[in-house]
Design a protein. Structure first.
Lengths: 217, 227
């Protein structure tokens, strides 16, 4: 447990010192929303608003988490493996990417609302769906980043591997968002949240279970 | 006949499929509005999906066996089973599209089960891409096995759980069984449907075993040539 916290702290420090990722993500979000703003001007229907936000959110999170395993020089990976167990390594990356997903998606939501307005959207209910979906994406992309690492960690391979696996979560999250705007809180909404939570648990558990088979690179 | 001992399932597969084709086309089926005689596609389209899922399960199980024993033969079996699964998926979608055109007027509709079918093909194509990106055989086997576990679990979620949650679906089979509640199937049709399912599953296993033997023979040939 202590080891995991240290590793997470290490990820943070690398982030802060390098700054490239955080700045890159913010720039990516801003550019994407701005281009959308130029293209659409004003979004009238919620369906379009929802779809655009999810697309931007999805790609931002894939961007954030895709470089998890290939950003480090190869020698250093060997060093980590002599220090801590594979479980700690994958858990630390998962925790870190989950936190980044929360930050990215909330920032994205704020920026989106800034440009396109969102008074009719019940913020809390919508945000919960966003957080659940984004966390799920982060789990999957983290694991796929580990799978793509030996072949250079090309972001196209990570994307190709992750997108099909993320589709169930994406569909559930979009459905949940629709329910939020159409009828507010309901049992159906709770059901979709539970499905999302289940998917996060399943993918997180599989990632921690299977990562030790990959780490011997 | 000697040798029929280990070949019984192949004979059974061929016999059952032939039976399902002949009986499927000759049997009296309930005349439902709109789909009418095309309901016979049930004997082909649905068994293909059952066979696909069973062969993809074989692929995942072999992947897990590889992870536990590190013996390459399991990786080979997993690969060939996966390829057969993709082939069956394509066939299932083609038969489905032909049926859709007749029943609904379009080749494809935005429906959770159809999306699940397309997604399955996407996932396993990505799996093939992952395999081709890694050169070293044992690393490739390990990574492919890990991905196939993710792929299978999430595919089951997508095919099994999401359609049950969806409110309306034009594709038949919702309350309880996304495929078709066998109990609600006309007993006459059940006589052809169940043997067809068994026949297609056995056929898929046979086809896969042939591919595995072919792949093993190619490997041996390569080794002999390289010596």
């Amino acid at each position: 447990m202590h080891g995991i916290l240290i590793l997470v702290r290490k990820e943070f420090l690398i982030e802060i010192r390098r700054r490239s990722s955080v700045a890159g993500i913010f720039l990516y979000l801003l550019s994407a929303v701005f281009v959308t703003y130029l293209a659409f001007g004003r979004i009238i229907s919620f369906d379009v608003w929802n779809a655009l936000f999810w697309i931007i959110n999805l790609f931002s999170i894939v961007n954030v988490a895709a470089g998890s395993f290939s950003a480090e020089p190869s020698g250093r990976m060997l060093y980590y493996y002599t220090l801590s167990s594979p479980r700690s390594i994958i858990l630390s990356k998962l925790v870190y990417n989950l936190m980044m997903a929360v930050v990215t998606s909330m920032t994205g939501l704020v920026v989106f609302i800034l440009f396109f307005g969102g008074e009719e959207v019940p913020f809390l209910l919508y945000a919960i769906g966003i957080l659940l979906g984004s966390s799920g994406f982060a789990c999957i992309v983290t694991m796929m980043s580990a799978l793509a690492a030996p072949s250079g960690g090309s972001s196209s391979l990570v994307s190709v591997l992750s997108f099909p696996l993320m589709l169930p979560m994406l569909i559930s999250a979009i459905k949940a968002s629709r329910i939020v705007i159409e009828s507010g809180f309901s049992v159906n909404l709770l059901l979709y949240w539970i499905v999302l939570l289940l998917l996060i648990v399943i993918t997180g558990y599989l990632a921690v279970l299977l990562f030790p088979f990959l780490w011997k690179e | 006949m000697e040798g029929i001992g280990k070949h019984w399932y192949k004979v059974l597969a061929v016999a059952l499929i032939l039976y399902s084709i002949i009986a499927g086309l000759l049997l009296a089926v309930p005349e439902l509005p709109v789909i009418r005689q095309s309901i016979r596609n049930l004997f082909f389209h649905v068994p293909m999906w059952f066979a696909m899922i069973s062969i993809l399960a074989v692929s995942v199980v072999n992947g897990v066996l590889y992870l536990r024993t590190y013996r390459m033969k399991y990786d080979l079996a997993s690969l060939e089973a996966g390829k057969t699964g993709i082939l069956l998926g394509i066939l299932g979608i083609l038969t489905g599209m032909a049926w859709a055109e007749f029943a609904w007027g379009k080749f494809w509709v935005n429906d959770p089960k159809l999306n699940g079918a397309a997604l399955t093909l996407l996932i396993y194509s990505a799996w093939l891409m992952l395999r081709s990106s890694i050169k070293e055989p044992h690393m490739r086997a390990r990574f492919a096995a890990v991905y196939s576990i993710f792929a299978f679990v999430l595919m089951i979620v997508f095919i099994g759980i999401l359609p049950r949650l969806a409110e309306e679906s034009i594709h038949p089979g919702r309350d309880g069984n996304p495929a078709l509640a066998v109990g609600s199937l006309n007993p006459n049709m059940r006589k052809v449907f169940l043997p067809a399912v068994v026949g297609w599953i056995l056929f898929a296993w046979w086809y896969t075993s042939l591919r595995i033997r072919l792949a093993m023979a190619k490997e041996e040939l390569n080794e002999l040539v390289n010596e």
